[in-house]
Design a protein around this ligand. Sequence first.
Ligand SMILES: [Zn+2]
Length: 57
Amino acid sequence: MLIPKQYLLAFRKFFCKHDEVFSFRKYNDYDFHEYCKCSKCEKTLKWVKGFDEDIRG
Ligand SMILES: [Zn+2]
């Protein structure tokens, strides 16, 4: 099992019965949050707080 090193935290909070999931990232100055959302009910299924070395100033 390979976990990208920039992934620091991952929470899986909610579950739903749909399979259609999309994900996107929100970048801050020093880190980012990656969200996985259901495209039908828009629940946040998972979010990851990460630190991307590419955006470190
Ligand atoms: Zn859903």
